[in-house]
Design a protein around this ligand. Structure first.
Ligand SMILES: [Zn+2]
Length: 351
């Protein structure tokens, strides 16, 4: 066959293909507007990938004796950090755009400036899933991975504080990554932030908010998870509860979303007693979300309350209630899912 004729045929076919493609695009454009506004993809499938079994596997490693209580800047903490990074690499979840690696270096001088202490250099650890539609808008999910180390040869494993939040982040990230792989990635970006030096005064989160990788004005919300694997004395008969703190302080929408997704997907009893402005425990200022909140970023703190093993060597992984840990991690996931995928960024409407 003469090559010229072939070209003409191809040209004609191209025209036809363009016409067909254009027609389809018009049809599909008309269709999608309606569809997306009506059907927001359900998170249930991905929610269900957050399992007690996987949380347990991670937690027995993160809170193992070999991590030596994860004291800020210690070999044990660094080892735990390496495990976290290995899990992100395994899931092919990258470090954030603009970073050189999975670490945000936090210098000793910063840690010791206020209290004249003797803490060594340490690291926040971060991973990132870029949003498909509004990549510049960031949801930060945080949990501290440091704990208080050892004392008189006793290892303070910190399984609940905050091994539980640490492993929840791994599972939440895995769920979002699977969704992304299947074409349902979050519309806004998500930063998974394992902060350091919380036990010495929320230093890691303070360092991040003073040296943010993404502008704070583009940071939509912070979901902070600290101690979600146990129950406290106020709930002797059931672990099917969680304390929510701070959600309504800056954004009525964050408060509403937390309640709605809980009702829909998780059904924990939400306990707001520690959210009272005059609560003497002052938990609102006692974990990492506070550094975001004080920068006017809507923040919610997910927490199970304190218990007899709090900051003792007896905070071990065998005492964790993995069913409760799973549901609380799922709540954090569902709040993040809604924040990341809803049409409008949540508003700051409270002072
Ligand atoms: Zn603690």
């Amino acid at each position: 066959m003469y090559i010229g004729i072939l070209i003409i045929i191809i040209c004609k076919m191209k025209k036809l293909i363009y016409l067909l493609a254009f027609g389809w695009a018009v049809i599909s454009c008309q269709g999608t507007k309606e569809v997306t506004s009506k059907i927001l993809l359900s998170p249930i499938k991905y929610n269900n990938t957050i399992t007690a079994e996987e949380l347990k596997t991670h937690l027995y490693i993160v809170a193992a004796d070999s991590m030596q209580g994860r004291q800020t800047g210690s070999i044990g903490q660094k080892k735990a950090g390496k495990y976290l990074i290995s899990q992100y690499q395994k899931e092919r979840i990258p470090f954030p755009k603009g970073a050189q690696n999975y670490y945000q270096h936090v210098p000793a001088a910063f840690l010791n400036a206020n209290r004249n202490g003797n803490l060594p250099d340490t690291e926040n650890i971060w991973a990132y899933i870029e949003g498909s539609e509004k990549p510049d808008e960031i949801i930060v999910i945080s949990a501290h991975y440091d704990h208080v180390g050892t004392k008189d040869d006793a290892i303070f494993n910190g399984a609940d504080d905050d091994g539980s939040g640490t492993v929840a982040l791994l599972e939440i990230a895995q769920a979002f990554q699977l969704a992304k792989k299947e074409g349902h990635g979050p519309k806004r970006s998500i930063l998974f932030l394992h902060v350091t030096a919380e036990e010495h005064g929320l230093h890691g989160s303070r360092y991040y908010t003073e040296n943010p990788l993404f502008p704070l004005q583009n940071t939509v919300a912070n979901i902070n998870i600290d101690m979600i694997g146990r129950r406290d004395d106020a709930h002797p008969d059931s672990n099917n509860y969680v304390y929510l703190i701070g959600a309504d302080r800056l954004s009525s929408e964050l408060d509403q979303i937390s309640k709605t997704v809980n009702e829909k997907y998780v059904q924990l009893n939400l306990d707001f007693r520690y959210n009272a402005l005059n609560d003497p425990n002052n938990f609102y200022r006692r974990s990492d979300h506070y550094n975001f909140a004080k920068n006017n970023i809507p923040s919610v703190f997910i927490f199970n309350g304190v218990h007899a093993d709090y900051h003792r060597k007896t905070d071990t992984p065998d005492k964790i209630e993995y069913d409760a840990l799973t549901k609380r991690a799922q709540l954090a996931f569902n709040i993040a899912w809604e924040l990341a995928n809803r049409e409008n960024r949540i508003v700051v409407d409270q002072k």
